[in-house]
Design a protein around this ligand. Structure first.
Ligand SMILES: C[S@@+](CC[C@H](N)C(=O)[O-])C[C@H]1O[C@@H](n2cnc3c(N)ncnc32)[C@H](O)[C@@H]1O
Length: 270
């Protein structure tokens, strides 16, 4: 019988191999998830996880217990202002037929809907796909209903004009639904970012914000490979403030003042 630390390390390694998440980043949440379970139970869980399919309830419960789904509408407004002023006009010129956008690690959908709102406001025809590992978050994103609970809710940074994109839900005070026509332009899918996106479209805009920070070096390498596979010359990539690419050099910052807004220059080969 190994020690609890052995079981914890084994489980963290299994999670990294399957989902690319960093054992160092996971450790605290893993300790919280395992709680006061005995060394025997933890070792047994590690054994079961090592042979179970990813759809197995043990894997699903573990993943839901470890992931961090913090998100809200119009997050990082300073970056989104640049997207509205500089990126969307560029995308419109380059893609007169319409925009394909991928929100990679979309949690409960606020970021994917924000992109859809912004493109709608800019008069762009767009299809947005939002993906996340968490089946629970994706189910919630598809519903498109968000509670305006006191404190840090999904609307905490939303500009007042964006309320026009929501309607009240009869009988559910303080719950707001994304307008049906906008909901119809956003598709949500459970997807593990260390695997290639099954959607074969070349994306014009990819937002992968506040997600890479959870990955190990090898996990991030795999995510970057899959982002590149869904991109091409002209693709714009948005990262979170604490994130940077480490393995691919096809993307370059659009400007020095916004290093987390990257683009794939037209002349650059894969
Ligand atoms: C902190 S949230 C960021 C949400 C949103 N992008 C934002 O910036 O507001 C990070 C999301 O990454 C997702 N995630 C973590 N590992 C993933 C993986 N291997 N594949 C897909 N999504 C993953 C989590 O489930 C979580 O919803």
């Amino acid at each position: 019988m190994g020690t609890p630390q052995d079981a914890l390390t084994r489980i963290a390694c299994l999670v990294e191999a399957r989902y690319g998440l960093s054992p160092a980043v996971l450790e605290q949440r893993l300790c919280g998830y395992l709680g006061r379970s005995s060394a025997h139970d933890q070792a047994q869980l590690a054994d079961q996880l090592s042979v179970a399919h990813e759809d197995h309830p043990l894997w699903q419960a573990l993943i839901e217990g470890l992931l961090v789904h913090e998100t809200y509408f119009y997050r990082h407004m300073d970056q989104l202002d640049v997207v509205t002023q500089e990126v969307l006009p560029l995308l419109r010129r380059q893609n007169p037929g319409g925009i394909s956008a991928w929100c990679a690690g979309c949690a409960t959908g606020e970021e994917a809907y924000t992109l859809a709102f912004m493109m709608r406001d800019a008069g762009l025809s767009a299809r947005v796909i939002g993906t996340d590992l968490s089946a629970r978050s994706i189910a919630s994103a598809r519903l498109g209903s968000f509670g305006q609970t006191p404190g840090l809710n999904s609307f905490r940074a939303m500009p007042a004009v964006a309320w026009s994109k929501f309607s009240a839900i009869p009988g559910r005070p303080a719950v707001w639904s994304v307008a049906a026509d906008i909901r119809a332009s956003v598709e949500f899918m459970v997807h593990n970012l260390v695997l290639p996106l099954p959607d074969a479209r070349r994306m014009n805009l990819i937002s992968c914000r506040n997600t890479l920070i959870y990955f190990s070096a090898e996990g991030q390498r795999r995510v970057e490979e899959n982002i590149v596979a869904s991109s091409g010359p002209g693709t714009i990539l948005l990262l979170g403030p604490a994130e940077r690419l480490r393995y691919t050099n096809v993307f370059e910052p659009l400007s020095y003042s916004h290093p987390q807004i990257l683009h794939w220059p037209e002349h650059k080969a894969r």
